[in-house]
Design a protein around this ligand. Structure first.
Ligand code: GLA
Length: 389
């Protein structure tokens, strides 16, 4: 599937600019096994890059402007690289303007280039198409002009570009898009940015994504609000326990002891953060030891927390998870990513996938009148250059 995407992107570039692209870049979306909304709370996360990608084709154009074509949107825009970057109404272009802004802020001198891109990462499904866009674009410019930006810095600059657009996100999405490895999940310590790869071996179970097809329109404001509430929570905790520096030093009972000192929401968010950090550590151990049932149970617990305490679920996502909880062949299910819509990630007994898929699709359509989308993903490499054979 990706071969066709790469071919189409290359041909489109050649037709549009009458030249061959100098660099072709593949930039993946991500899944996250467990560890939600704790990348910005000094937690650990367990994501992986997937085989859904954005393909970019780049070439220098010896000018001071860049012309960028989004093939799938049928849209083009030009940037004068000598002027200051500003946010525009055309939202997708802002992620790229944000990247240019980052490069300028970090003192890089930019020359003009042409770029076309096309994607098979569904947008608004919790698979981080925006991180793939930021990081792939930056990776390409880095390669084209030999800027020597290190992969981790690409991830961090991508994150800052997203902040510039308006979402105060953590590092998980950009990090996993850039650093992914085939058949490995990445345990990222989001406080120190240390990371380790663990085998993505789910034994007798398949990873399947169910897309609620609900687009998370509430996401930006609610996301930033959650982050603020957590900041408020940890500030209260630190004030009361002098030895605590972050949520990871904190126990559930310490949070509970401060219930009266916090607003109801700040209390729930803080409790979730502490519990979720502990779950990721347990989940990673379970994965390493092949205890996939334990991992699945932790995923169900994460969903409960995201729904009841962090309040980032919605009726459709709760329905998808709660329906599958009744199925013996599904050992884990939870909403994935920021929430308010998008996908659930599920562990289904091998051989039972088709039965579950058709049962859930039917029930979902009957209940919400919405078609369920289903993605089978392979855990793949992070952002890379593509070299034609
Ligand atoms: C979004 C953000 C990430 C992370 C997740 C929730 O995907 O971009 O940084 O916070 O939500 O885990």
């Amino acid at each position: 599937m990706n071969e066709i995407l790469i071919q189409n992107t290359t041909h489109f570039f050649e037709k549009t600019f009458s030249s061959t692209p100098g660099k072709i870049v593949l930039s993946p979306g991500r899944i996250n096994i467990i560890g939600e909304h704790i990348d910005y709370n000094d937690g650990y996360v367990l994501p992986a890059a997937i085989d859904k990608i954005i393909c970019f084709a780049f070439e220098k154009n010896n000018s001071n402007t860049s012309k960028i074509v989004a093939i799938d949107l049928g849209d083009v825009f030009e940037m004068d690289l000598t002027t200051e970057m500003e946010l525009t109404e055309n939202v997708w272009t802002n992620y790229l303007r944000g990247v240019i802004n980052q490069l300028k802020t970090n003192g890089f001198k930019l020359e003009g280039f042409n770029c076309v891109f096309s994607s098979n990462i569904p947008v608004g499904s919790g698979l981080s198409s925006s991180a793939a866009l930021e990081c792939g674009f930056l990776f390409g410019i880095n390669e084209l002009f030999n800027l020597n930006i290190k992969p981790i810095d690409i991830a961090q600059m991508g994150q800052k570009a997203e902040h510039w657009v308006g979402i105060n996100c953590g590092i998980m999405d950009q990090f996993s898009s850039v650093m992914g490895l085939e058949n490995k999940v990445i345990k990222i310590d989001c406080m120190t940015l240390e990371f380790e790869y663990h085998d993505a071996n789910f034994s007798d179970y398949s990873l399947v994504l169910f897309d609620s097809n609900v687009k998370h329109s509430l996401m930006t404001s609610a996301y930033n609000e959650r982050r603020q509430q957590c900041e408020e929570g940890i500030a209260i905790i630190k004030k009361n326990f002098s030895t605590i520096n972050s949520f990871r030093d904190c126990t559930e009972s310490q949070v509970i002891s401060l219930k009266d000192k916090m607003s109801a929401n700040v209390f729930k968010r803080s409790l979730f953060a502490v519990k979720e950090i502990a779950r990721v550590i347990k989940a990673c151990e379970a994965l390493d030891h092949g205890n996939i049932e334990v991992l699945g149970q932790l995923m169900y617990e994460t969903h409960e927390g995201l729904s009841a305490d962090y309040e980032v679920s919605c009726a459709e996502l709760d329905f998808l998870v709660n329906t599958l909880k009744e199925e013996k062949s599904v050992i884990g299910s939870r909403l994935m990513g920021g929430g308010f819509g998008g996908c659930t990630i599920n562990l289904i007994k091998k051989g039972e996938e088709e039965t579950i898929k058709s049962k859930l699709s039917k029930l979902y359509l009957e209940t919400f009148g919405i078609e369920l989308k289903i993605y089978e993903v392979k855990i793949s490499n992070g952002t890379s250059l593509y070299t034609p054979n």
